[in-house]
Write a protein that binds this ligand. Structure first.
Ligand code: NAP
Length: 474
């Protein structure tokens, strides 16, 4: 997959915008835009469109990142004109798309693999092949496929190289297919290509209830007796423990390093680190000799809807670096993984994907869908992930949102706000309780010390009393 392929969808079709508010951080090299046309223009009267060639009448809805910032920066637009196919390409009628953490970072301008706005995000999707270009021999119209691409998949129609598509196995839904590529390839390559995971080993998986986290946990189950330590918000522990996490840790109220050490004093064989900053140091220190740290993200940079410079700076400031001599002396290994930079490695990706699809057929893995949103609700979908509410994958579907649902939206928003307030109250109470408990424990620890001190003082007094008569005699 070459970087040049990435924005093909945008180049082929004429873009039409519904909102022309200035973007927060406009980039100089933004692609030229066609004049704004509303969705109603796109559905022009038959009389007006009669003379227009079919290629030009062709319209499709597309999500476009219009500039960096909050949820509202991703807008649903209508694009005009049938995308032209180059040799080796296929056109996919998209049914479902995966939302990834990188899309949240990209919206804030923190993901360098997404071309600058205006651009259609989306690294994975599933759908049906609607047209094939010249030289495509192994795909045909009607094939159900899942797709991995650098970007451009959050739209009803996507044009991609045929080598970026994989046939969907029997029985797999479009939602599952869209949930598979990024999370499972990432987890698979980290665990088996870098990690060399073997029976009886131990591993720490952060965000164990997230997309990659669940994929990694399921893949760990394919190896005998692997002990999985998983961090996640407390409300997700029951689900991830049923999914195979041996020890669940609520990193929001507990020190996860201490919790791991309590159970595994010697440390761990593998730590997967999607957090970056100071957590990468912790990960390295948690390794046993011969242990492997695989770092693959910087989630700590994300704090709030818009770019938080303090969080970004803090993560950069605490960036982990190590001297090779230290690695040798400590018998540890540090690996870095970024799927976005493997886009030229078609064979490597195809090999991993083939194994993953086999594991699916054997019933050993199955993507967990957290929630499904229409393209119109992309902001809600992003919010769900960013506010740490997802357990598994958040999916966008291209099927238009029914009118009745659209009317229900404002009411839902109100309910959501109320629930958010309630959850926050509960969370704050939990944090307070846990702080109180910590204080109690500290007090308990302090008690014996106090008593020791008292005893010491008593001893001193006794000594002084014994000395008194001697002084008198003198
Ligand atoms: N290098 C690569 O090729 C690659 C590929 C895929 C993903 N990744 C990385 O892997 C990580 C997981 O990605 P994903 O797509 O599977 O997402 P995800 O884990 O589903 O992301 C959402 C979850 O992450 C947790 N989280 C931790 N820090 C967070 C923060 N600062 N803001 C919001 N949520 C936070 C939250 O769960 P809890 O708080 O409950 O844990 C949240 O529910 C991300 O860091 C991503 O960048 C890297």
């Amino acid at each position: 997959m070459s970087g040049d392929d990435a924005p093909a969808q945008q180049q082929n079709a004429e873009e039409t915008k519904q909102d022309n508010k200035p973007s927060e951080e406009p980039k100089a090299e933004s692609k030229p835009e066609s004049p704004p046309v509303s969705s109603t223009d796109a559905a022009a009267t038959p009389a007006a469109t009669e003379k227009v060639p079919e290629e030009e009448q062709f319209t499709y809805r597309s999500l476009v990142l219009s500039g960096y910032g909050g949820y509202d920066k991703v807008k649903l637009q209508v694009k005009k004109g049938k995308p032209a196919l180059k040799a080796g390409e296929v056109m996919v009628r998209v049914k479902a798309c995966g939302l990834n953490f990188a899309d949240l970072l990209a919206r804030q301008g923190l993901y360098d693999r997404l071309p600058s706005p205006p651009v259609t995000p989306g690294m994975e999707c599933s759908g049906e092949i609607e047209a094939v270009g010249e030289e495509v021999t192994d795909r045909k119209v009607g094939d159900k496929v899942l797709v991995l691409n650098r970007c451009g998949l959050w739209q009803e129609v996507a044009v991609v190289p045929a080598t970026h598509t994989f046939l969907i196995p029997e029985g797999m839904t479009f939602e599952e297919a869209a949930a598979l590529p990024v999370n499972y390839i990432t987890a698979y390559m980290m665990l088996f290509d870098f990690g060399n995971l073997r029976p009886n080993q131990s591993i720490l998986i952060h965000s164990a209830a997230g997309g990659v986290g669940i994929a990694a946990t399921q893949l760990c189950q394919t190896v005998k007796d692997v002990t999985v330590f998983g961090t996640a918000s407390a409300s997700k522990h029951e689900t991830i423990s049923q999914g195979g996490v041996t020890h669940c840790i609520d990193y929001r109220t507990r020190d996860y390093v201490e919790e791991v050490r309590k159970i595994s004093p010697k440390g761990l064989d593998i730590v997967l680190d999607p957090l970056g900053g100071s957590d990468t140091h912790k990960a390295y220190n948690l390794l046993k000799p011969m242990g492997k740290l695989i770092t693959y993200g910087a989630a700590n940079m994300l704090a709030g809807q818009k770019k938080n410079l303090l969080a970004v700076a803090k993560t950069w400031y605490h960036q982990f670096s190590i001297h090779t001599l230290s690695l040798i002396q400590n018998n540890k290994s540090v690996c870095g993984f970024h799927l976005g930079y493997l886009d030229g490695e078609v064979e490597v990706i195809q090999q991993a994907m083939t194994t993953i699809l086999d594991l699916y057929r054997q019933g050993k893995i199955k993507p967990r869908i957290d929630s499904t949103y229409h393209l119109e609700q992309v902001g809600d979908a992003m919010r769900r992930m960013q506010e740490r509410n997802n357990i598994g994958k958040v999916i966008l579907i291209t099927e238009p949102m029914p009118e009745e649902e659209k009317k229900e939206e404002p009411k839902k928003e109100e309910k959501k706000e109320d629930k958010k307030k309630e959850d926050k109250k509960k969370d704050d109470k939990k944090k307070d309780d846990s702080k109180k408990e910590d204080k109690k424990e500290e007090k308990k620890k302090e008690e014996p010390k106090k008593e020791e001190k008292n005893e010491e003082k008593n001893e001193e007094k006794k000594e002084e009393k014994k000395e008194e008569p001697k002084k008198e005699e003198k």
